[in-house]
Write a protein that binds this ligand. Structure first.
Ligand SMILES: C[S@@+](CC[C@H](N)C(=O)[O-])C[C@H]1O[C@@H](n2cnc3c(N)ncnc32)[C@H](O)[C@@H]1O
Length: 297
C-alpha cells in the first residue's frame, strides 16, 4: 500500500519522545523492502527514541541507530564510517525544520548548532537535509534504498514542502517511491477550523530513493544536467507564455518588455535579453518570419 495509517504506535521506542513515529510504519517498510534479503542491514542516522531500531532487531534485521543526542552528527560525521558497513535501507526521520526543537528541549541542556531542528531558515534546512541525504546515500549499498520520513509545514501563511525540496535536490533517476503516512498526533498544528481556508496537514511522506552504482561526482553531474534542463525549460515556458499573452507574435522589444514586467527572474540574471534571444532560437516552438519579430510556431 502506498498509503499507511497506524493510529497505534505499538510498543517500540518511546511514546513520549516528541515527533516519534509509529513502529508499525517501520515494520511494514521492512517487510516490503528487506523481506526477501538473506542478511538485511538497516541504518537510522536520526533514530530519536529508537523506534525503528527496536522493530528491526525484533524482526532479526541487523540495525544501526545513530543520533545527535548520542554524539553522531549527520552534518559532520560519515554514517558508513560510524556503522562500519553499508545498509540495504538507510532511512531517517528528521525534524522538520523547527516544528519540534530537539537539542535543549527534548534532550540535553543546550541548543546544538547542527541540530536540524535549529536551522536559521528554510534554505538552511534544505541545504542541510541535502547533505544528510548524500551522507545516507553513501551509506547505502548499490541497489539498496535511502530516504526519509518528513512532512510539510504551513506557518504564517507560507506552505513549505520539505519533501518536494529534497526530491528536487537529488538525482531524478534514483527516486523510487513517495508514500503517504497518516499522522495521528499532529496536535501542534491545531487551529480553530473556522479560521482556515485549507485543511490541517495530517500526513507525512516517506520518500525513497534507490541507489544506483556510480560515484558522487557522477550523481552531481546528473544533478547539474537536471538543474540546467529545468532552468532552460523555465525560460522556454516564460517566453511561450509571454508570446501567448502578446497574441502569438511580437517584436523582440515587446517580448523583452513583457518578460521584464512578468517575471522577477531577470533580477538574478543580468544577461536576460541574450537568454531570451537564445531561447527563441533554440526551440522549435518559436519562429521568425520577419527580422526581429517572433511568433509561436
Ligand atoms: C523526529 S526525531 C526521530 C524520532 C524517531 N523516529 C522516533 O520514533 O523516536 C528526529 C531526530 O533527529 C535528530 N537530529 C537532529 N539533528 C541531527 C543531526 N545533525 N545529526 C543526527 N541526528 C540529528 C534529533 O536529535 C531527533 O532525535
Amino acid at each position: 500500500m502506498s498509503i499507511m495509517s497506524f493510529p497505534d504506535r505499538g510498543p517500540w521506542g518511546n511514546a513520549k519522545w516528541r515527533g516519534n513515529c509509529s513502529g508499525h510504519v517501520y515494520r511494514q517498510l521492512f517487510e516490503q523492502i528487506l523481506g526477501r534479503l538473506e542478511r538485511p542491514v538497516f541504518i537510522d542516522p536520526m533514530m530519536g527514541s529508537g523506534t525503528s531500531i527496536e522493530v528491526a532487531k525484533e524482526m532479526g534485521i541487523t540495525a544501526y541507530g545513530l543520533d545527535l543526542h548520542q554524539g553522531f552528527n549527520i552534518l559532520r560525521n560519515s554514517i558508513v564510517e560510524a556503522t562500519g558497513e553499508q545498509g540495504n535501507l538507510v532511512l531517517s526521520h528528521p525534524p522538520y525544520h523547527g516544528m519540534i526543537r530537539y537539542s535543549g528541549e527534548v534532550w540535553g541542556k543546550e541548543a546544538h548548532s547542527d541540530d536540524l531542528s535549529r536551522c536559521v531558515d528554510d534554505e538552511d534546512f534544505h541545504q542541510k537535509m541535502h547533505l544528510a541525504m548524500l551522507n545516507q546515500r553513501e551509506a547505502t549499498l548499490p541497489g539498496g534504498y535511502y530516504g526519509c520520513i518528513i512532512g510539510d509545514w504551513r506557518r504564517n501563511g507560507v506552505y513549505t514542502s520539505y519533501q518536494a525540496e529534497i526530491i528536487a535536490r537529488l538525482p531524478a533517476q534514483e527516486l523510487a517511491g513517495v508514500l503517504i503516512k497518516a499522522q495521528h498526533n499532529a496536535t501542534s498544528n491545531f487551529q480553530p477550523y473556522g479560521k482556515m481556508d485549507l485543511p490541517f496537514i495530517m500526513h507525512e511522506y516517506i520518500v525513497l530513493f534507490r541507489r544506483k552504482t556510480g560515484t558522487i561526482l557522477a550523481v552531481l553531474g546528473a544533478m547539474a544536467c537536471q538543474a540546467q534542463r529545468r532552468l532552460q525549460g523555465t525560460w522556454r515556458n516564460i517566453v511561450r507564455s509571454v508570446l501567448m499573452k502578446l497574441g502569438g507574435k511580437a517584436p523582440l522589444s515587446k517580448i523583452y518588455e513583457a518578460v521584464s514586467a512578468s517575471t522577477d527572474r531577470i533580477n538574478t540574471n543580468s544577461s536576460w535579453r541574450e537568454k531570451i534571444r537564445q531561447t527563441l532560437q533554440l526551440y522549435p516552438d518559436f519562429t521568425s518570419e520577419e527580422r526581429g519579430v517572433w511568433g509561436l510556431a
